[in-house]
Design a protein around this ligand. Sequence first.
Ligand code: AHM
Ligand code: MG
Length: 347
Amino acid sequence: MTAVKTLGQFIIEKQADFPYAKGELSRLLRDIGIAAKIVNREVNKAGLVDILGDAGTTNVQGEGQKKLDVYANEQFIAALRSGGECCVVASEENDECIYIESEISKNAKYIVAIDPLDGSSNIDVNVAIGTIFSIYRRQSLDGKPLISDVLQKGSEQVAAGYVIYGSSTMLVYTTGKGVNGFTLDPSIGEFCLSHPNMRIPKEGKIYSINEGNYVHFPQGVKDYIKYCQEEDINSGRPYTSRYIGSMVADIHRNLIKGGIFLYPVSSAYPKGKLRLVYECNPMAFILEQAGGIAIDGSNRILDIVPDHLHQRSAIFLGSENMVNKLMEFLSGSNLMTYKADSAISAP
Ligand code: AHM
Ligand code: MG
């Protein structure tokens, strides 16, 4: 019988990858894992208890919040506050950064950016939703952390991950040495290593985009969609269209099966819809670490320096060959080829 490896055991083992580590990042990841289990418990009960519906407050983007968004936000912030390893939390649900000023946290090394419950419009209909998180090392040396500590480019992430609350609950994360996935075993209440060293197939046959917005897309994206739909037996087209409307779930599927996820600019969202700091950057880091590519149409997502916390970006990410093909449509003759060059070591 193969021994089960829990997330906690795995995190401790992996600490050896960072010879000078004192365990703070490990403890931070463990705290996020615990909060995810608490949120998972409530997500599972969402259809049973009177927790659905608008909480009556509006977040900084002017979008209605669901009660579970508020709950998840509180749980993750509470876990990070009491863990003592994080000095600032930047959340989709809070206009401003939350500075943790307790004695144990104020000099902590790490900053966490989080979307506590992404895809929350799917809660009411029992469709998969997720949590996305990103961890940076504080750059300023002392005093109150600076906004520049939070607005680092994505390539500075020391870790990133997501939790998918789906038919089973999984936590997938990277510390820059490959991607590993853990499935929650409800009978023992532990995330167990189920998907070691995840790699996105180089080629894929799934494209994921909200085609309802088609008329508003840039011409290059329209042309690429037509390409995906054209018949070409040699290259396996037409591709399959799959779109859940939960970024985590759409990208998780494409990571496993191979595919591309697209959220371009449109007239409704001239700068894109998804948020750079706590949605695009962590997913881009994970995809690159799994061998994929993530771009905004002309730049690598991880190279963009954010101007503000809730900044939006267009995003295209997925299998290497698919994203490079898309680039031909976006750039015409000025073809920019992005190489999946992430240096991965097996877990
Ligand atoms: P949210 O952070 O308000 O939940 O919105 C983000 C979600 C993503 O999960 C998903 O990819 C996208 O919005 C779907 O948007 P659309 O309904 O425009 O296709
Ligand atoms: Mg979100």
